[in-house]
Design a protein. Structure first.
Length: 59
């Protein structure tokens, strides 16, 4: 199954609902991805305003 981007939290998810924020507003149109392992130490996570580890979409 193709991954979709949650419009609310920007995470990449499979299925019809985001398991993190419970939003059902998903988008299949995304260009790239960022995998954050430690959000507190990641410069990219700070620039993207991410506060948790995970796989996030880039548009």
């Amino acid at each position: 199954m193709a991954k979709k981007m949650c419009k609310k939290c920007k995470r990449l998810v499979t299925g019809d609902k985001c398991p993190i924020c419970q939003s059902d507003k998903l988008n299949e149109s995304w260009k790239g991805r960022v995998i954050v392992i430690d959000a507190s130490r990641s410069e990219i996570a700070k620039k993207m305003k991410l506060d948790a580890a995970g796989e996030y979409a880039l548009r």
